[in-house]
Design a protein around this ligand. Structure first.
Ligand SMILES: Cc1cc2nc3c(=O)[nH]c(=O)nc-3n(C[C@H](O)[C@H](O)[C@H](O)COP(=O)(O)O)c2cc1C
Length: 377
């Protein structure tokens, strides 16, 4: 596989998948300045490297929530994966197992908690969108428990959906409404059509059971939208904390106050995230929010970071600024869209190689030592 970098996969994905799917993956909210800023903020940071250190043996392993992972990064939860590349959830879950990395399955993914738990040998992580209907919310939590999910991520930065202009312009909805433009869009992407023929139409595999079995994809999508809850608050979170017996992580925190409150409410960790620039367009970049959050929660509370991470250097910067672990959203999915399963493996190799090289050039040999690296502000 010749493709390695995010930009290379992005160029290939633009050709290989229908526009409606590419824009859904690639786009952000509003004018997309927040999306651009989430990456630019990483690019602005500079290290002060050390020299004359033996860096022959570099160790990229990292422990989190009681498990030892081969790398300090994993795959963030993505919804509607089956639209971007049919079968992608399985690629992500299988690759995560093969490479000993974590993968977080989304409530809005196209494959069920139970199917992914089978692939992950009972070591899966799951992201919860808290449904407006309490019975549905509780049932999803109970299913995750029964499937042996180790870590539950509760996403809290979607009180309303972000204003994704590209999706609005493309008329993104399920089922895809037939039109000449859409027909041409799909017909001109044969590899994607073939994958669709193999894996089937994109579904909301985790929530379809809560609707009438004869519900159309359109009714399901409406149900999904109606279930996103603007009522999620600290009291609801308390209820979920009481119900969920294992590790609980709050995803989508950007303020030190909310980070402290999450810790005090019994969360086992947080994800500092702008949802990949898909929610509040003018939100602070997660890498810029991180130092104050780390200072607020103290050195021992698990803090993960996502949004804007495009390389191993970015992973190093996130950990140097205070993250324990990093999640990649668009990067692995762009790799699948641009290069299939081989693309995903190539992308992971490239991020890992880049991280290894960055550590060597900084004069350190373990991920832990990143915490001592200087990034002058
Ligand atoms: C296409 C797409 C779908 C997403 N779906 C979800 C989701 O269902 N649940 C969730 O918590 N976050 C979702 N996110 C946000 C990601 O989990 C993650 O926070 C974000 O992608 C990180 O930014 P990055 O793409 O720049 O790495 C989605 C992001 C993208 C790009």
């Amino acid at each position: 596989m010749d493709l390695k970098t995010f930009d290379e996969f992005r160029r290939s994905a633009r050709r290989r998948i229908p526009r409606v799917a590419f824009d859904y993956l690639d786009g952000g909210s509003g004018t997309e300045v927040g999306l651009a800023e989430s990456v630019d903020a990483f690019e602005r940071l500079r290290f002060v490297p050390e020299v004359l250190v033996n860096v022959d043996r570099i160790d990229l392993s990292r422990s989190l929530f009681g498990r030892d992972f081969a790398l300090p990064f994993g795959f963030a939860p993505l919804g509607l994966t089956g639209l971007i590349w049919p079968g992608a959830d399985r690629f992500l879950a299988e690759t995560a197992v093969d490479r000993n990395m974590p993968h977080v399955l989304s409530t809005a993914a196209s494959t069920s908690i139970e199917d992914i738990a089978d692939i992950s040998g009972g070591k899966s992580w799951f992201q919860l969108y808290v449904a407006a209907d309490e019975a549905v919310a509780d049932d999803i939590v109970d299913r995750a428990d029964k499937a042996g999910v180790e870590v539950l991520f509760v996403t809290v930065d979607v009180p309303v959906p972000g204003l994704r202009m590209r999706d609005l312009r493309n008329g993104l909805q399920l089922p895809l409404r037939p039109s000449l433009r859409l027909g041409l869009d799909i017909a001109t992407h044969p590899a994607w059509c073939l994958a669709l023929a193999r894996s089937g139409m994109p579904r909301f595999a985790n929530i379809e059971r809560y609707t009438d079995p004869s519900a159309s994809a359109g009714q399901l999508a409406k149900f999904m939208a109606a279930q996103s809850s603007g009522r999620l608050d600290w009291a609801v979170l308390d209820r979920i904390r009481q119900r969920w017996p294992r590790k609980l992580v709050i995803k989508g925190v950007l303020s030190p106050g909310a980070a402290e409150r999450a810790r005090d409410a019994g969360a086992d960790g947080i994800v500092v995230s702008t949802h990949g620039g898909r929610q509040l367009n003018s939100a602070i970049a997660s890498i810029d929010a991180l130092p104050a959050i780390r200072a607020a929660v103290g050195p021992d509370f698990p803090v993960l970071l996502d949004s804007g991470v495009r390389s191993g250097e970015h992973v190093a910067k996130a950990i140097a600024r205070g993250a324990d672990f990093v999640l990649l959203g668009r990067l692995p999915m762009m790799a699948i869209a641009g290069g299939g399963e081989a693309g995903l493996n190539s992308a992971v190799d490239h991020v890992a190689d880049d991280l290894r090289r960055t550590l060597a050039l900084l004069g350190i040999t373990t991920v832990d030592e990143l915490a001592g690296c200087q990034i002058p502000s």
